[in-house]
Write a protein that binds this ligand. Structure first.
Ligand code: FES
Length: 352
């Protein structure tokens, strides 16, 4: 439809409604904009008692959030990790997980619900329209933004509604504490617990799968075998803690392929023993490339060259895998010649 099709009486000069809307059609704007409907005041705008009720509701929600956060922290401290409860329809679940989930959920929901109720009932609900502008911020615009901000702060009644302000700041201050207490789950510092393992001079290397002490002839060139110290059984108390430190990875490499003297001397006829625990954050490394003698950690792809003292050739690990010095005893079995000479596992800051 062209402006020529619009009857003459529909083309008066009046255009702007003050909100950028066009009341009537003209040549430039052939379609009339009906504009915004008349503003209807909310009950809170005209009845101070209703506004007070809304204020108390918002404060109640923020207070509920604070109580839920305190409940979260109390649950974390008081409920044992191993406590299991039956909850229909979930079945048997960890009491701690349920308590943490419910309290944190309530704390966050109550803040959100309080903010929404505050915005819907007490903050200004005047409809505003604005023209699009180029993306630039001249000083007049910046000062207008500051004026708008001050106006918004005034209209939010943050200064006037002290009860809301106090409880909102309380809720927002307490909620981050939930994250802080979770730091406890990072556990105690390792101190010197990673410096000593069950390996010591004369301990036999036992195959993890067969539970048999290993002889050099059990390991063919190109093979990868996992071993544990003799005397460590799966049903032993503390087995997991000990194997997590002592787990050993044995490879047999052609002696000519071994790149450095120390690596060669700490092995036996090309059999090399390394900690299986990645020096990045402690995953078990295991993906062995026979041709290159590289072993890959599946967690973050740190790659170690086993023919070169398990030097890191790729990935985030900061240290080589510790090597265990091995030899063969009088009966022909592989044995350790001592403990690892450095801490196993993640390269924590106390490591030399
Ligand atoms: S734990 Fe091995 S690369 Fe991260």
């Amino acid at each position: 439809m062209s402006s020529q099709d619009i009857p003459e009486e529909n083309l008066p000069a009046a255009r702007d409604t003050g909100h950028g809307a066009v009341k009537v059609a003209d040549e430039e704007h052939p379609f009339a904009d009906p504009g915004l409907p008349p503003h209807e005041h909310r009950v809170q705008d005209i009845d101070e008692r209703a506004a007070k009720r809304s204020e108390r509701t918002v404060a109640l929600l923020f207070t509920l959030s604070m109580l839920a956060t305190i409940g979260f922290i109390a649950s974390f401290v008081a409920i044992p990790v191993e406590k299991i409860v039956y909850i229909f329809p979930l079945g048997h679940v960890s009491a701690l997980n349920v308590a943490l989930g419910v309290t944190l959920g309530v704390a966050l929901f109550a803040i959100g619900a309080g903010a929404v109720h505050w915005a819907r009932t007490l903050m200004s609900d005047e409809e505003l329209t604005d023209e699009r502008h180029p993306i630039e911020a001249p000083s007049e615009v910046r000062s207008k933004i500051m004026d708008d901000f001050r106006q918004g702060a005034k209209e939010s009644q943050l200064g006037r509604r002290k009860l809301i302000r106090t409880t909102m700041f309380g809720a927002l201050t307490l909620v981050p504490l939930s994250g802080v207490v979770l730091l406890r789950e990072l556990g105690p510092l390792p101190e010197n617990k990673l410096r000593h393992t069950l390996w010591s001079k004369g301990k036999l290397l036992v195959n993890m799968n067969t539970d048999e002490p290993l002889r050099p002839s059990d390991l063919i060139t190109g093979s990868l075998t996992f071993a544990k110290p003799e005397g460590l059984e799966e049903h032993d108390h503390g087995f997991q803690n000990e194997i997590a430190k002592a787990a050993l990875m044995l490879v047999r490499i052609r002696p000519d392929d071994i790149k450095d003297k120390r690596t060669m001397e700490w092995g036996h006829e090309g059999i090399l023993a390394y900690s299986k625990i990645c020096t990045h954050v402690g995953c078990p490394v295991s993906l062995y490339e026979q041709q290159t003698h590289h072993v890959l950690c599946p967690c973050h792809q740190s790659t170690f060259d086993l023919a070169d003292g398990a030097r890191v050739i790729f990935g985030p690990a900061g240290h080589p895998l510790p090597q265990l010095r091995i030899g063969v005893n009088d009966e022909g079995y592989l044995e350790a010649l001592g403990d690892f000479d450095e801490p196993v596992g993640p390269a924590f800051w106390e490591r030399g």
